[in-house]
Design a protein around this ligand. Structure first.
Ligand SMILES: C[S@@+](CC[C@H](N)C(=O)[O-])C[C@H]1O[C@@H](n2cnc3c(N)ncnc32)[C@H](O)[C@@H]1O
Length: 353
C-alpha cells in the first residue's frame, strides 16, 4: 500500500491534519519526566525508579483519566522486568485494547486492519522471529495473569500477540521532541502508516506534543487530509483506510503527527517520507532499513550512483530548458526546477561521500 497526493501540493504545506495515535508509549528513560498520555514534560519530574516499579505520571487530571484505565487494562505492569524493548511491548498491549469488541479475535484472518502487511515477513525472519515470539509470550503471560489465570502453558496460542507486535515493529515511529530526543513510540492509522520510505522524500513529519486542550506551536487543526491510499489489485477488496480501521478505537490523547511537503508534489504522485537518517551514506541507510524493517530501498537515489544521479538531474534541467522555446521560457519555473534538482543534488553529494 502507498499514499498519493489528492491534489497538487506546493512545497512547505501541511498535507495531513494533526493525527492522533492508535497506541503509544514513552521509553523507560522518560517515564519519570514526561506525561505518559500526551508526552509533554512534567513541571515536577519524579525521581527515577526502575521502569516496572514506575507508575505512569500525568500532567493533568484529563490525561490521567483518559490514560490510566488503558494502562491498568493492558496488563503491562505484569510484564517481566527484564523484557527487552518494553516500549514496544507496552504499545502492543495497549493496541490490543483498541481492537473491535467484544474480544480481539484469535483468528488472524478477521484481524486485518491494514497495518499487518509485514506480519509474514517478520514472523519468518531469522532476525525478527525470535524477538517477536519471546515478546508475544511475555505479553500473553501478562494478559493471562491479569485475568487471574494460571501461568501460560504450551497449549496457549500467542498468534494474536505475535501479530500485534509485528504490527508495532512495522508501523511504530519514534516520537521526538523539539530537541530531537526520542521520547517514545507511537502507531498511527493507515493515513500515516501507509506512507512509504524514500531516500529522496517529498514529505517529512513532525510531532505535536501538548496537553489536552492546548494547541502546540505550528499545529493547524484546520488543515485537511490531502493524501489518499493507493491500493494494489491484491488489496483491492478494500477501498479506504477507514474501511480497514472499522471498529478500531483511537485514543483521544497522545502525541500527534503532522505530515508536510518538502517538495512540490503533483496530484497522484506518491508521497514518501524518510524512515532513516538521510545524512548517512547509502550503505548505512540500506543497512539501517534492513535491520529495522527488512526491506532494501530501491528508490531513485539508491538505484543510481551519485555521479549518474547528478548527471541525470542536470540533464533533466537542461532538457526542460531546451523544450521551452525562448519566447515561452519561464524563468520562475526554470529557477524552481533548478532549485529542486539542486537540493536533491546537495542531499546526494553531502551524504554519499
Ligand atoms: C509503515 S509501512 C509502510 C506502508 C506499507 N507499504 C504497507 O503496505 O503497509 C512500512 C513497510 O512498508 C514497506 N516499505 C516502505 N517503504 C518501502 C520502500 N521504499 N521499498 C520497499 N518497501 C517499503 C516495508 O515493508 C516497511 O516495513
Amino acid at each position: 500500500m502507498e499514499m498519493r497526493a489528492k491534489e497538487d501540493i506546493e512545497m512547505g504545506e501541511d498535507i495531513t491534519p494533526p493525527l492522533l495515535p492508535l497506541s503509544f508509549s514513552l521509553h523507560d528513560s522518560f517515564l519519570s519526566s514526561h506525561c505518559s498520555s500526551c508526552f509533554s514534560p512534567l513541571s515536577i519530574p519524579s525521581p527515577s525508579l526502575p521502569p516496572q516499579a514506575h507508575p505512569p505520571l500525568y500532567c493533568s487530571a484529563a490525561c490521567s483519566s483518559a490514560h490510566s484505565p488503558i494502562v491498568s487494562s493492558s496488563a503491562e505492569s505484569l510484564l517481566p522486568a527484564s523484557s527487552p524493548h518494553p516500549s514496544n511491548l507496552r504499545t502492543a498491549l495497549r493496541f490490543l485494547l483498541t481492537l473491535p469488541s467484544p474480544s480481539p479475535c484469535p483468528h488472524l484472518h478477521r484481524f486485518n486492519n491494514g497495518l499487518l502487511t509485514n506480519y509474514h515477513k517478520l514472523s519468518t525472519s531469522p532476525e525478527f522471529a525470535p524477538e517477536i515470539r519471546q515478546g508475544a509470550i511475555a505479553m500473553a503471560a501478562a494478559r493471562k495473569l491479569r485475568n487471574g489465570d494460571s501461568a501460560l502453558d504450551q497449549s496457549d496460542g500467542v498468534l494474536l500477540e505475535e501479530a500485534v507486535l509485528s504490527l508495532v515493529l512495522t508501523n511504530a515511529v519514534e516520537v521526538q521532541d523539539e530537541a530531537g530526543r526520542s521520547l517514545g513510540i507511537a502507531v498511527y492509522d493507515p493515513n500515516f502508516s501507509w506512507i512509504n520510505h524514500s531516500c529522496s522524500p517529498n514529505a517529512c513529519y513532525r510531532f505535536s506534543v501538548s496537553p489536552p486542550n492546548a494547541t502546540s506551536f505550528g499545529e493547524d487543526s484546520c488543515s485537511s487530509l490531502r493524501i489518499v491510499p493507493n491500493i494494489s489489485e491484491e488489496d483491492s477488496g478494500v477501498c479506504s483506510c477507514s474501511d480497514y480501521m472499522k471498529g478500531t478505537i483511537g485514543y483521544e490523547y497522545g502525541p500527534k503527527v503532522i505530515v508536510r511537503s518538502i517538495k512540490r508534489i503533483k496530484k497522484e504522485e506518491e508521497v514518501c517520507v524518510s524512515y532513516t537518517d538521510l545524512l548517512q551514506p547509502k550503505a548505512m541507510r540500506q543497512s539501517d532499513l534492513w535491520l529495522k524493517y527488512q526491506f532494501t530501498c530501491s528508490c531513485r537515489r539508491c538505484a543510481m550512483s551519485p555521479s549518474t544521479y547528478v548527471d541525470h538531474a542536470l540533464e533533466e534541467i537542461l532538457a526542460s530548458n531546451l523544450n521551452s522555446s525562448s519566447s515561452r521560457f519561464d524563468l520562475d519555473h526554470y529557477r524552481d526546477e533548478a532549485n529542486k534538482k539542486l537540493s536533491d543534488y546537495v542531499d546526494e553529494t553531502i551524504t554519499e561521500f
